[in-house]
Design a protein around this ligand. Structure first.
Ligand code: ZN
Length: 316
């Protein structure tokens, strides 16, 4: 079962006690319906739980409701269920009761906090979706037209939900992209278990990112140490080959030996291993003197054997 289906299943179990909340839920879906009340179809959904639930709630109003499943139309691995009110007269009664002639939202259905939550719950169940937080933080509602999108946006604000809006294939979309906002919205709708799931995923992701950052940092530092010590070692080996380490000043010999034998030691660690203690910058200074000595030696060798050096370079 997808995360979205889990959230919807949890929301279907929320049972509002008060009649005004039940009406708010019915109202939200009818108000945002693409076809109702002009046509029998209230909404289509792959979520059978909500289709049945909605039909039951409407039946309380004495409305005859049909839930049809079209097995030829499959979304994911689920058939699509259609909630219909076939009778024209009953559609007219519902339209009057729920003030569906007015183009915007009818305040009495949504102004109480409890009703506002039930209203958004219905809309999310019929026209909303949420992505698995392990993949991406994304929740959206399909808002039918720009005017309703604007009203839903403002109503969301009064409940502390800051939707963003966009347009996709002629549809008005309200969406949330931040994990905290998705948690708050799911909690507001009554899906507290799903909200906790989003929170858990966030914590695990944060820890994983931190571990990755630290590992990358350690790897980068190690690479830096090794590449620096690589050129130091080349210098020392060059000196050893052409003059022997005894050619170096006495205070540099022990360090040169240590460096060659311990490629991955940091300056601090090299300092600690010297027979006479030295600071980190002291070690750095001596390594630089070794490199300078090697550079001098290379120049000297180049002057003495010009052809040989050229051959060496072309061969390397
Ligand atoms: Zn209410």
């Amino acid at each position: 079962m997808s995360f979205c289906q889990e959230v919807k299943r949890e929301l279907c179990r929320v049972e509002p006690k008060k009649l005004h909340c039940r009406e708010a839920m019915l109202y939200g879906v009818m108000r945002l319906s693409r076809t109702f009340p002009a046509e029998p179809v209230v909404f289509k959904s792959e979520n059978k739980g909500f289709a049945d639930r909605y039909a039951q709630e409407l039946a309380v109003f004495g409305t005859l409701v049909e839930v049809q499943s079209d097995l030829r139309r499959i979304k994911g691995d689920q058939p699509v269920y259609t909630v219909c009110v076939p009778d024209t007269h009953q559609r007219a009664l519902l339209a009057r009761h729920f003030c569906l002639d007015t183009p915007g939202l009818h305040p009495p259905f949504v102004e109480r906090g409890c009703c506002c939550a039930a209203f958004f719950r219905g809309i999310f169940l019929a026209f909303g979706s949420v992505t698995n937080p392990e993949r991406e933080y994304h929740l959206e509602l399909n808002a039918l037209n720009p005017m309703l999108a604007e009203e839903l946006f403002l109503l969301g604000q009064t409940a502390g939900i800051r939707f963003k809006t966009t347009r996709r294939k002629g549809n008005e979309i309200l969406y949330l992209k931040e994990s905290e906002q998705i948690e708050d919205f799911l909690t507001f709708l009554g899906a507290t278990r799903s909200a906790l799931r989003v929170m858990d995923v966030k914590v695990i992701k944060d820890v994983r990112n931190k571990v990755n950052r630290t590992t990358n940092c350690v790897t980068a530092n190690l690479k830096k140490t090794v590449s620096a010590s690589g050129s130091q070692i080349q210098d020392i080996l060059y000196i050893e080959e052409h003059r022997g380490l005894s050619w170096l000043d006495e205070d540099l010999r022990e360090l040169a030996q240590l460096r060659v034998e311990n490629e991955d030691l940091s300056l601090r660690e090299l300092a600690d291993r010297l027979s006479t203690p030295l600071s980190r910058s002291g070690v750095n200074h001596r390594l630089r003197r070794i490199s300078e000595a090697a550079a001098r030696l290379r120049e000297e060798e180049a002057r003495r054997h010009p052809t040989e050096e050229v051959e060496d370079e072309s061969g390397s």
